[in-house]
Design a protein around this ligand. Structure first.
Ligand SMILES: C[S@@+](CC[C@H](N)C(=O)[O-])C[C@H]1O[C@@H](n2cnc3c(N)ncnc32)[C@H](O)[C@@H]1O
Length: 244
């Protein structure tokens, strides 16, 4: 094992893959949020969607339902343990257009050539999504910028993340949220620079802000008393900031 953050993430999620799978698929709030992201990013039949940090594949049913048999879903994750579960899920369901790839989402290129040919006739990607993952990246804005480049101009990107609430009702529960984040903090969120919850807040803020920077018509909505943030956009040809 080296100091590579991806190795630490792999070890953490592989060890807790079974537990994480239960939480990811059974948590009462999760299904609605996953549906909301898929709707907000405008997934349509025939789309090729790449999910970065796909974990055990909890989003696959929603993504596949939307893209239909004509489209394709490609899940990418760095952790072998969760990927095994994701592959089991695909095999169990008999989904021929859902593919699972091992890779580090912070180290593109995820050039079309690296994705299975089945992802699209020319390997093109229409949509990139990431759920509950940007808080794990040391440089989230740069990572999201690279993800925008995967789909290119006109492609769509969507993020779903949890962070502390700024809603009046939600703020009262921030202390509970902080305890939960600290208890379940994976490697990379326990840094020297601050508490895990502050690191999470900052990373999620930066990741979502980057969509507004790179995309036209970017929009952020909040759910779950303000704890859940969904941001989507269509990648612009130039920096949206430059065009203002
Ligand atoms: C909190 S889980 C979310 C999984 C899934 N997106 C979901 O909604 O259930 C975070 C996932 O991101 C993966 N991950 C973290 N850093 C990664 C990286 N650099 N490259 C690829 N996957 C990564 C972890 O292995 C883990 O499966």
């Amino acid at each position: 094992m080296t100091d590579d953050p991806a190795n630490a993430v792999d070890a953490f999620y592989s060890r807790y893959a079974a537990l994480y799978d239960r939480v990811a698929t059974d948590a009462p709030f999760a299904a609605g949020l996953r549906e909301a992201l898929a709707a907000a990013v405008g997934l349509e039949r025939g789309d090729v969607v790449v999910e970065l940090g796909c974990g055990t594949g909890a989003n696959f049913p929603v993504l596949r339902e939307r893209v239909g048999r004509e489209g394709a879903v490609v899940g990418v994750d760095v952790s072998s343990g969760v990927l095994r579960r994701a592959r089991d899920r695909v095999d169990r369901e008999g989904w021929e257009n859902v593919h699972v790839v091992r890779g580090d989402a912070t180290e593109p290129p995820f050039a079309p050539a690296e994705l299975p040919r089945a992802a699209g006739p020319a390997g093109e990607v229409d949509v990139v999504v990431g759920t509950f993952v940007t808080g794990m990246f040391a440089e989230p804005a740069g990572v999201v910028d690279d993800w925008c480049s995967i789909v290119g101009e006109g492609g769509r990107i969507g993020l779903l993340d949890l962070a502390r609430s700024t809603d009046t009702g939600g703020r009262a529960l921030n202390l509970v949220f902080r305890v939960l984040v600290r208890a379940g903090a994976p490697p990379g969120t326990k840094t020297r620079h601050g508490s895990p919850v502050r690191v999470l807040d900052e990373r999620v803020r930066d990741a979502h802000a980057q969509i507004h920077e790179r995309c036209a018509c970017a929009a952020t909505s909040r759910r779950l008393a303000g704890f859940a943030r969904i941001t989507t956009g269509r990648v612009a040809g130039e920096s949206a900031g430059d065009r203002l």
